[in-house]
Design a binder for this molecule. Structure first.
Ligand code: AMP
Length: 190
């Protein structure tokens, strides 16, 4: 199996690049944000629990997020690998993912960090807000989500750096050029 984490602040292009990676490398996509939004739109028990948190741009507690993710991995036993998008967002999530994968004799092979500065992020999300209708793309919620990223999620990077898994990719420029750089890195590790 080839397991990849795609990492970056909201608006870095994780969704766009993930779609291209999936198409080329045939990986199963796990986006915890998409999963939460699906639960909310279907009004499940989990959806009810996390609705407010998502609307405010606050991270869902690790225990809830981790068990949802593990269930999704277990529900896809025959895939050639996963791309984890929006997970892990805390060091506790990163550690538990490693433990969980190790129990299946699997591991994270590569972590790609899409590097985009804060100004560019704010501009992109403002543009996306106009078309997405995402409640958490509005200005105040956006500040919260960016803060969550820079306060909690960035700490995941040294964790993967320590394990020699982190590769930084410039996330600004043409989508195709960014994808070419991503492909080169994946090809080295696959
Ligand atoms: P995203 O679509 O990845 O930007 O996620 C949207 C929202 O879902 C986040 O602002 C959090 O409220 C929640 N969320 C998604 N993934 C996680 C995660 N790994 N840990 C905690 N909360 C998450």
């Amino acid at each position: 199996m080839f397991n990849l984490v795609i990492f970056g602040p909201p608006g870095a292009g994780k969704g766009t690049q993930s779609a291209k990676i999936i198409e080329k490398y045939n990986l199963a996509h796990i986006s915890t944000g998409d999963m939460f939004r699906m639960h909310i739109s279907q009004d499940t028990a989990l959806g009810k629990k996390v609705k407010e948190l998502l609307a405010e741009g606050i991270l869902v507690p690790d225990s809830i997020t981790i068990s949802m993710l593990e269930e999704e991995v277990d529900a896809n036993p025959d895939v050639s690998g996963f791309i984890f998008d929006g997970f892990p967002r805390t060091v506790a999530q990163a550690e538990s993912l490693d433990t969980f994968l190790a129990s299946k004799d699997e591991s994270i092979n590569l972590v790609l960090q899409l590097d985009v500065d804060q100004e560019e992020i704010r501009h992109r999300i403002e543009e996306r807000r106009k078309v997405s209708g995402r409640a958490d793309d509005d200005a105040t919620k956006l500040i919260r989500r960016i803060d969550e990223y820079f306060e909690k999620t960035v700490h995941v990077l040294p964790y993967y750096e320590k394990h020699n898994k982190l590769v930084k990719i410039k996330g600004v420029g043409e989508i195709e050029d960014i994808f070419t750089n991503i492909s080169k890195e994946i090809d080295k590790h696959i």
